[in-house]
Design a protein around this ligand. Structure first.
Ligand SMILES: *Cc1c(COP(=O)(O)O)cnc(C)c1O
Length: 389
């Protein structure tokens, strides 16, 4: 019988949104490798190698380092479900959509949540956390490293200080930053840190690399109650990813192949070189956008360098520009969320998407669309500002 739908045949998009990013050809090839059983000795070796590479990515020697089965949000949920118990208090930075999500998860555990709010486009001031925590027993200080919904970056070292002062575990959402922005889990003493496979690592979405230090392992041993989630219960998951290799759930085998290859690509480039590439290309993008007369949402010292929030000029239909970029140039960028809907664009330069070619192409394509929609700009200014020696 003929299938009611044709074979999947997606267009060759250039992914310059907040994720997923473009996938390296080597990672696609890894996805095609033959299936193995999740307890096959050859797969166990691949798991171990993936953990070695993840420790290098995070800059950690944490035993508890592995990819959670699920997207970045699964990493968030693993952190909240295991670090918090009902009745405990968490202080969480809410500088946008992803901070709100982290706070929501903490509340679902039954924790008391103190939300630290920031004006749209800005990060939370660490001093706010200090004041909110004063005189209280805080179990978790949750910080979104890069708030992808606006492009604001939090100062992890300053929040580490606050966490030290109140004895809290520092939980860091590095979903949109790990592999793109300097981050060293052990040196910066991040108690928990997690990321997503599809952002700066340029693998498909589906895994959430996760790490937690011995302090967290001890806190988990001291729990009075079991985590409310069975799937994300670290004591069980670590029997599979740790030494015992006992079945918990079937590992997403092909995704582990893909992540392992993506991490090999990271290693070959070198983390420092990779951070520098993200800094350089995003700097070029901002230079070009400003030369076209556009304004960034977040001021430079507090700006992420993997996702940039750009204000849509008054009178320009932000959604229409986005649709034209997609239809005419195969370029994906994103719009704003919540109160920023229709007001900003979010441009991601992450992993394999973060190239000089893509910067120049986007500037030229955006200029054409903006000019045709009636935005006054001097022709070629964006590309010229970047291409100038
Ligand atoms: C993308 C993102 C998430 C959520 O990841 P999913 O893979 O969509 O589940 C969480 N936090 C941040 C900062 C993100 O950028």
């Amino acid at each position: 019988m003929k299938s009611p739908v044709g074979e999947v045949n997606p267009p060759p998009r250039i992914l310059l949104g907040p994720g997923p990013s473009c996938v390296d050809a080597r990672v696609y090839r890894a996805l095609l490798a033959p299936m193995l059983g999740h307890l096959d000795p050859d797969f166990l070796r691949i798991m171990e190698e993936t953990q070695v590479l993840l420790r290098r990515l995070f800059g950690t020697e944490n035993r508890l380092t592995f990819p959670v089965s699920g997207t970045g949000s699964a990493g968030m949920e693993t952190a909240m479900m295991n670090c918090l118990e009902a009745g405990e208090t968490a202080v969480i930075t809410v500088a946008g959509f992803f901070g709100t999500r982290l706070a929501d998860m903490a509340r679902r555990v039954g924790a008391e949540v103190i939300e630290l709010k920031a004006p749209a486009g800005l990060p939370v001031d660490p001093q706010q956390a200090r004041e909110a925590a004063r005189g209280k027993k805080i179990k978790v200080l949750g910080v979104t490293h890069g708030e992808t919904s606006t492009g604001a970056l939090h100062d992890l070292d300053a929040f580490r200080q606050v966490a030290d002062e109140c004895g809290a575990l520092l939980v860091v959402d590095a979903v949109a930053t790990a592999g793109g922005i300097p981050l060293r889990v052990d040196a910066q003493r991040l108690d928990v840190c997690f990321t997503g496979s599809q952002k700066c690592l340029s693998a498909p979405p589906g895994l959430a690399p996760f790490t937690a230090n011995p302090r967290v392992e001890e806190a988990i041993r001291q729990r009075r109650t079991r985590p409310p989630s069975w799937y994300f219960d670290l004591t069980h998951i670590m029997k599979y990813w740790g030494g015992e290799r006992t079945y918990h759930h079937t590992a997403p085998i092909s995704m582990v192949y893909a992540l392992r290859e993506a991490l090999r690509v990271v290693d070959e480039e070198g983390l420092e070189a990779r951070w520098e590439r993200h800094r350089r290309n995003t700097q070029a993008l901002v230079t070009g956008l400003e030369a076209m007369g556009l304004e960034m949402l977040t001021p430079p010292p507090q700006r992420m360098i993997t996702v940039t929030g750009v204000k849509a000029p008054p009178g320009i239909d932000a959604g229409k520009i986005r649709r034209r970029l997609l239809e005419e140039f195969n370029i994906e960028i994103a719009g704003g969320l919540g109160e920023l809907k229709g007001k900003i664009w979010r441009i991601g330069l992450m992993g394999a998407s973060c190239t000089q070619n893509n910067v120049l192409l986007l500037l030229a394509a955006l200029e054409k669309c903006l000019a045709e929609e009636g935005f006054k700009l001097s022709p070629g200014a964006g590309v010229a500002a970047v291409a100038r020696p």
